[in-house]
Design a protein around this ligand. Structure first.
Ligand SMILES: Nc1nc2c(ncn2[C@@H]2O[C@H](COP(=O)(O)OP(=O)(O)OP(=O)(O)O)[C@@H](O)[C@H]2O)c(=O)[nH]1
Ligand SMILES: [K+]
Ligand SMILES: [Mg+2]
Length: 367
């Protein structure tokens, strides 16, 4: 039996099994089995692998990247071309785009790389079409645009989410607050600081046993944690990426239909071809990228607001700021003065290299 067939078999069995007290151990086992089979499929021996491939590995530029994922002909290339000014072939024929096409758009002074990708089809993560290469590129992006055609948004949305999830991508989610620590003896000890609403002890034990963790401490601090969350933490190779649902072609529907679409969380309705509501899309994109702009202030002169140094959240210390200007600056710095939301007072705060900067802070480096 091939891995794909085994996956299908486990999925079918899960669908047949009702969730209750008596089945929770068995369901836990099945969820862990499924995760292991998927890993096998996507690993280097899995045939096809998860890697890039010809035309998929493009040079990464800019401070952050946004990958466009969607079924064929939803308008990914139309949007990317107009947004970046880079030509990417468009047509009414499916699978027009065959490789990764990169472009750049500047937002608030920050160059953002946009990656137009080929359309994917259902079963993409099992190796159908170019889906696996496409999803492998999406895995490396800082933000994913899931582009949907407004005439069939909900069904397509579910299918694409399923394809990305099967590849270890978690959308609009933080890593669950669960820890599993191996030990030498003592069996499986479970502690929880929140009520266990979606997982029980049997399920936790089944998952651990399936991973041969017969002695371990499991600590659950995540409200509404599930067996899938536990599997994710044990597998450890998941990526957590923000996603925006771009509902394209709103020029083709009525205002009443548009009202309903606004109820889809994290969505922005647009028309790429007619350039409708693109400003909102750029606003939401900027917010979700969560970048940190820092303005430099030379001695005795006003801050330079025209060209911010743009940093990523989590890499926004004064040290990161210095290094992104020139690698020698951090060494020469005596101290820095910071104005803005990361500073304790409005007069400016004297700080060191480890100080974490916030969006729109002003910094003076004293040498
Ligand atoms: N009505 C309408 N049509 C659009 C819009 N955006 C794109 N289209 C049309 O949809 C068709 C597909 O557009 P593409 O940009 O090639 O779509 P794609 O998603 O890149 O397609 P693939 O590369 O084949 O996956 C073209 O005929 C576009 O003119 C839109 O906002 N409204
Ligand atoms: K197309
Ligand atoms: Mg295209």
């Amino acid at each position: 039996m091939t891995t794909v067939q085994k996956i299908k078999e486990v999925e079918d069995e899960m669908a047949r099994t009702q969730k209750n007290k008596a089945t929770s151990y068995h369901l836990g086992q099945l969820k862990a089995k499924l995760a292991k089979l998927r890993r096998e499929l996507l690993g280097p021996q899995g045939g096809g692998g998860g890697g890039g491939g010809i035309g998929f590995d493009v040079a990464r530029t800019g401070i952050a990247s946004v990958g466009f994922v969607g079924f064929p002909s939803v308008g990914k290339s139309t949007l990317m071309s107009k947004l970046t000014g880079t030509h990417s072939e468009t047509s009414e024929i499916d699978f027009t785009t065959l490789t990764t096409v990169p472009g750049t758009v500047k937002v608030h002074g920050a160059p953002i790389q946009i990656l137009d990708l080929p359309g994917i089809i259902e079963g993409a993560n099992d190796g159908r079409g170019r889906g696996r290469q496409v999803i492998a590129v999406a895995r490396t992006c800082n933000l994913i645009f899931i582009v949907l055609d407004v005439l069939k948004p909900l069904g397509d949305k579910k299918l694409i989410e399923g394809e990305l999830e099967a590849f270890g991508i978690r959308l609009n989610k933080r890593p669950p607050n669960i820890t599993v620590k191996k030990k030498d003896k003592g069996g499986i000890a479970i502690t929880n600081t929140v009520p266990l609403t979606n997982i029980d002890h049997d399920e936790i034990k089944a998952v651990c046993s399936e991973y041969k963790l017969s002695n371990c401490d499991v600590a659950i601090r995540e409200p509404n944690a599930t067996a899938d969350d536990l599997v994710d933490m044990i597998e450890g190779n998941r990526v957590y990426i923000p996603a925006i649902y771009v509902l394209n072609k709103i020029d083709a529907i009525s205002i009443e239909e548009l009202d309903l679409l606004y109820k889809i969380p994290n969505s922005v309705p647009v028309s790429s071809r007619e350039w409708m509501n693109i400003d909102e899309l750029i606003d939401v994109m900027w917010k979700r990228l969560d970048l940190v702009r820092v303005y430099t202030k030379p001695r005795g002169a006003p801050p330079d607001y025209s060209s911010p140094v743009v940093l990523r959240r989590g890499k926004s210390s004064v040290d990161d700021f210095c290094t992104s200007i020139h690698k020698e600056i951090a060494k020469q710095m005596k101290y820095a003065i910071v104005w803005g939301s990361s500073a304790k007072h409005t007069r400016g705060q004297k700080v060191g290299l480890e100080h974490i900067l916030e969006d729109e802070d002003v910094v003076h480096i004293a040498k």
